[in-house]
Structure formats: structure tokens, C-alpha cells
Design a protein around this ligand. Structure first.
Ligand SMILES: [Zn+2]
Length: 292
């Protein structure tokens, strides 16, 4: 116990001395590199579409960007919203993110863009107002979320269009350390909607099962048809008579025809997310063939 107390006093003393030295100098005289092959990322910035270059500059200044490199930081993560660089369909405007890159390069730092497509706060208004828009829909209340459904074929084509456009603009600038993929979810996770925490948008949100939209239903039916081929076969395995695949609706556990049916549902539901991840990974790797 004595040793413990003495050590504690020693640390307190060192801490106080270090604090006094820091207060006296208010600078970091030496660079503390992360080490060969190591990266240290600070973050994050998350600017609303249309934020001016002046406000971006002010943000970084307030966050003491000029100290980061000497602290061993190698990169900065910023939220890069689809809505932040395609204000109108087909019109790309990267000026807000260019401003961030200018600052980072000026301070010897790399960038980790958190590339976001599909979240309510990251999807352009022009898309959300278009006839291509389709949100997730919960099974619990049959209500739409504000987050895009991953079963919407058009969203798939948007991912394949938007990621290459982003890469085309930044690929040769060599400012990117790595790309963080914001593939779905309320904030940008590889999960179905859970809760938005307020700032992600004013929409129906909760934990649950989000596969009630028409595209999700069609996908579930196609998946079952591919697995069982005939409704006779499915009826036998599920233990419930089924006359047509088109009659089948995604279901909650309490409504599952059988345990076997529930396992099929879960396999499809989780597999859909894995397919979505594969799409993003493949598209991003193709768009960035030569990592920095
Ligand atoms: Zn609901």
C-alpha cells in the first residue's frame, strides 16, 4: 500500500510539473511520429452541405490543427456526405471537401473521408424527392424510416455511380490515407437502422427489423424461390402450406411459421447486409486501384 501511495504522489508531482511546463510554453517543440507503418487518426468534422470555406477554415483553427502533426497525428477523418458534393443530379461540387484537403495538406496531414450514401442526413434532397427514393420500412409498425433501403436497385446503381465520381476527383491528389465506408444505417454503419440520435434526421427510428419495403419483400421471395424452387418444397420444410412465393411476407419471430422459416429469414436478412458490404468494397477497390 505504501508503495502504491508513493507512486501515486510521484505521478501527481510529474503531472503537475508537466502541466506547468505546458502552460509556460503552450507549444509542442518536438514531433512525435506514430512510427513506421502506423497511423493515428483524429476526427471528425461533419459539415452541412454548403458550408463556406471560411467556416471550414475556422473549424480547423478552433480545433488547433497546427498542433496535430507534432502530436503524432497522421490523418483526419471527416464525414463526406453524398449530399455535400452532388447538390443537383450530375453536378459535382467538391469545394467544401477540397477546402478540408487544402488545410490538411498544408499541415502535412492525410485525409480519411467517411464516405456516406443512403443515410437521411447524407442523401441529397433531389434524390429523396425523386420517384427512385425508397426508405427502409419496419415490420413492427409498417412505417418508413428516413434511411435508404439497401434492397432498392436504384440505390445500388447510385453507389456504383457516386463512389467512382468521388474517386475521380481525389484519386490523383494522394491526400487520402484510407477510405472509411458509410454504407447504411442511421449514421453510416454496416447495420440496419437502430436510432438516429436526433441530428441524423427527423424520421421513424428504433431497433427492429427493417425489411418491409416492396424491394425487400421481392428480394426475400426471390431468395426463397432460389433456395426451394417450388412452394411444395418450401411448404414441407417450413411446415406450413404456401401456394405462391408472392404470398410470403417478411415476418417477425412471433409470426414465423416455424423455427426453420425463422432461420431462413435471418439468413436472408443478414446475408442482404453482407451483399451490400460486398458491393461497397468491390466498387471502392475498383475506384481506388492503387492505394496511397
Ligand atoms: Zn417502426
Amino acid at each position: 500500500m505504501k508503495l502504491f501511495i508513493r507512486l501515486e504522489l510521484f505521478f501527481v508531482t510529474v503531472t503537475l510539473l508537466a502541466g506547468a511546463a505546458y502552460a509556460a510554453e503552450l507549444t509542442f517543440p518536438e514531433s512525435h511520429a506514430a512510427g513506421d507503418g502506423l497511423t493515428v487518426t483524429f476526427g471528425a468534422s461533419n459539415f452541412a452541405p454548403g458550408t463556406s470555406r471560411e467556416n471550414v477554415e475556422a473549424f480547423y483553427k478552433n480545433a488547433s490543427v497546427d498542433l496535430w502533426r507534432n502530436l503524432g497525428v497522421t490523418s483526419w477523418e471527416s464525414y463526406v456526405r453524398w449530399s455535400g458534393f452532388e447538390p443537383e443530379r450530375g453536378r459535382w461540387d467538391f469545394s467544401m471537401y477540397d477546402a478540408e484537403c487544402d488545410i490538411l495538406e498544408r499541415h502535412g496531414l492525410k485525409w480519411i473521408p467517411f464516405l456516406l450514401i443512403g443515410m437521411n442526413y447524407a442523401t441529397p434532397d433531389w434524390y429523396q424527392k425523386s420517384d427512385k427514393n425508397c426508405y427502409y420500412k419496419c415490420l413492427e409498425h409498417n412505417e418508413y424510416s428516413g434511411v435508404q433501403s439497401i434492397w432498392n436497385p436504384d440505390l445500388r446503381s447510385q453507389v456504383k455511380r457516386v463512389i467512382p465520381a468521388f474517386a475521380e476527383h481525389y484519386r490523383d491528389r494522394r491526400v487520402i490515407e484510407s477510405v472509411l465506408l458509410g454504407i447504411t444505417g442511421d449514421f453510416g454503419e454496416a447495420i440496419y437502422p437502430v436510432t438516429g440520435g436526433g441530428w441524423t434526421g427527423d424520421y421513424h427510428q428504433h431497433q427492429g427489423y427493417w425489411c418491409g419495403d416492396p424491394y425487400a419483400k421481392a428480394d426475400f421471395r426471390a431468395w426463397l424461390k432460389n433456395r426451394y424452387k417450388t412452394t411444395d418444397r418450401l411448404s414441407k420444410v417450413w411446415g406450413k402450406s404456401c401456394d405462391a412465393f408472392d404470398e410470403i411476407e417478411p415476418f417477425l419471430l412471433e409470426n414465423a411459421p416455424s423455427e426453420r422459416a425463422w432461420l431462413d429469414f435471418v439468413e436472408w436478412y443478414r446475408g442482404s447486409m453482407n451483399d451490400w458490404i460486398d458491393l461497397w468494397m468491390k466498387t471502392t477497390r475498383e475506384a481506388f486501384p492503387n492505394p496511397a
